[in-house]
Design a protein around this ligand. Structure first.
Ligand SMILES: C[S@@+](CC[C@H](N)C(=O)[O-])C[C@H]1O[C@@H](n2cnc3c(N)ncnc32)[C@H](O)[C@@H]1O
Length: 297
């Protein structure tokens, strides 16, 4: 993150969710009908942004590969939020009392899915610069802040999460659903481990949904590999370089050391079969591709 500036990758992922909502055919992976309003951009502007990225990726390979690559990134960004919505559907049954959205960016769950967050205390924990900017954007878009939502300002690299939980009144004795989407990669290994240690102390039944970047994250052969490298350059230019990557077995070991009892890596095939009625066309990834996990305490 650039000192004093909001996260630009948070803006990018909101555009991706909004673009998907406006452009994908039904049934969609996610219906984030607030993303573009909150980001303050029109569909045409979002499309321009995405088309520009595709053009750059095309320069590294060819148009078809570039389109596939960008489409897959958009789908992955939407799918991680979809997984959270699916988990929230089961919140009552699982006695979940708190939803803690870590590195919330322009997440719209709390302003859009009242049906899923009713009865939960929701917290958005984010870098102070991003959070101030988001609150301005909420105001500009006339989006009301629901009564069950609290903002907690926190810098993963400079503060301890326990302090933030104390200050923000996030209870450590309640069953909690944590989401940590699109954040791990921008944090140092030290901050990732410190965060997971604090989360792992929550009561049994608590769960974490996160996505992650693996050193072996390569999409079908050498051409797309260049695009992955380029994407990393794009986020670095945005002031948010990738600082940590984990193989699945490494992340699983860290989660277990931190107090999580079961870790499930959600493959594309599992996601399609469980959430999309087996319709692969909606989430067209290699079957075994995985960048999202759920970990239970
Ligand atoms: C790519 S955005 C993801 C936002 C959102 N979770 C989503 O899925 O669209 C990365 C988020 O991580 C947050 N972040 C990055 N570094 C951080 C830090 N050191 N402390 C707190 N938040 C940080 C940014 O503020 C931003 O909200």
């Amino acid at each position: 993150m650039i000192d004093g500036k909001p996260s630009r990758t948070a803006f990018m992922t909101a555009l991706q969710r909004g673009y998907h909502n406006a452009n994908a055919s039904e049934p969609k992976i996610l219906n984030d009908s607030l993303a573009l309003d909150l980001a303050g951009v029109s569909f045409v502007e979002a499309k321009f942004f995405i088309d520009n990225l595709i053009k750059t990726f095309e320069g590294l390979s060819d148009l078809e590969t570039a389109n596939t690559f960008m489409h897959r990134i958009d789908c992955a960004v939407c799918m991680r939020s979809r997984v959270v919505e699916e988990k929230l559907l089961l919140a009552q049954q699982k006695n979940i009392k708190q939803l803690v959205i870590l590195g919330a960016g322009l997440d719209t769950t709390a302003y859009r899915r009242f049906d899923l967050t009713k009865g939960l205390q929701v917290f958005e924990v984010d870098h102070p610069s991003t959070q101030i900017w988001k609150r301005q954007k909420l105001k500009a878009a006339n989006i009301e802040i629901p009564e069950n939502l609290k903002f907690v300002a926190f810098d993963f690299e400079k503060q301890t999460l326990s302090q933030a939980f104390n200050v923000g009144d996030i209870r450590t004795d309640q069953v909690t659903l944590f989401t940590w989407l699109g954040v791990q990669m921008y944090l140092t290994d030290q901050a990732v481990r410190a965060t997971l240690k604090v989360l792992g102390r929550h009561p049994s039944g608590s769960e974490l949904i996160m996505d992650f970047i693996s050193p072996s994250y390569v999409l079908e052969g050498g051409i797309a590999e260049k695009s992955v490298d380029y994407l990393q350059k794009v986020v670095t230019d945005m002031g948010e370089p990738v600082k940590s990557k984990y193989y699945e077995h490494e992340l699983e070991a860290i989660l277990q050391e931190s107090g999580f009892s079961s870790v499930k890596f959600l493959s594309a095939k599992w996601l399609v079969d469980n959430y999309l009625d087996g319709n692969k066309a909606i989430f067209d990834m290699p079957d075994n591709a995985t960048s999202i996990l759920s970990a239970k305490i």
